[in-house]
Design a binder for this molecule. Sequence first.
Ligand SMILES: [Fe+2]
Length: 353
Amino acid sequence: MTDTALRPAVPGVTAGVGPVRLPSPGTRRALGHAVQHLVRTGATAGSVVAQPRHQLPPDLVCRLTELIGPPADWRGYRVLRGLFDGLGEPGPTPVHWSEPTGPADLPHELALALVGRLLGEVFGWANQQDGRLVHNILPSPGQETRQVGASSTLALAWHTEDGFHPERADFLLLACLRNPGLTGTRLACVRDIELSDEDAALLGRPGLVIDPDDSYEPDPREGDHAPGIRTVWGAPDARCVRYDPAYTRLLARDPDFAQAYARLQPAFDRHAVEIGLAPGDLLLVDNDVMVHGRSAFPPRYDGSDRWLKRVLVRSTGTGRPARPPQEELEHGFGQHRVRPARGTIPPLPTTDH
Ligand SMILES: [Fe+2]
């Protein structure tokens, strides 16, 4: 759990340095109270993200908004240590993502969805995790060495989340429910790496295709007539990236391009940041600025495994360069986003915090 010695002595909105923020006890209590109210009203992740943000008490929205901060200030990511501390024990870790959400992990789903909603539109994929808006990230038998979130004994390689799709998330949010070995989530920023002008120009060409990863149900259109995509774009201090070598096909035999592409992985390795998320922590990642991965770990399959919940967010408030306009020509391999259905949630009562 969070190091309470580092938390502010005087209740405040934020504390911490750089990408790591320490929510005040009052903020965590108020969020827990709001989430428990939503649980009692029968809310689901879908119903809360379909609502405008003022479904939360205005002062809590202010506190959360200040904690999240403008994404342009994240340095590519932000950690909110212990924000979800007050949501209770989530129950045993399932052995497969498809197990239904129960009363123990529902508060965590709602809290994550609510924070995601503050950043933009929370969405899922029709062919991934059955179209759910909140994904379970946990190790599953048979998946140990695959390049998917359910793997374990093999490190998850650097990647952009859903890099194959032009409508991929702007922001990726990961809430930690359990992480017994403090297995590291790895992050690297494309703006930190040494990228020569020549390599940047090469990688700015549409020289490759990224296929959907193995967590998607295949679509008949897969692989057909996929246009080439650009790996980097933007000025050096505002550079963005789209990268997933485990699922990448180079389109032409161009040794210069291939060598420039091959230099990316060691460059990301040199600038890697590894974060051992603890229960209650929330990690926010800018999906155009950072690539991410995960260290290997031994699965247990006894209910005590690492367990994260994930939401994907599309936003107009990214504060970074627009994606290449050519992306609009991509078919996305027939994969479609799922948006929340409209629902009705009773307003929250006034609360103390
Ligand atoms: Fe990922």
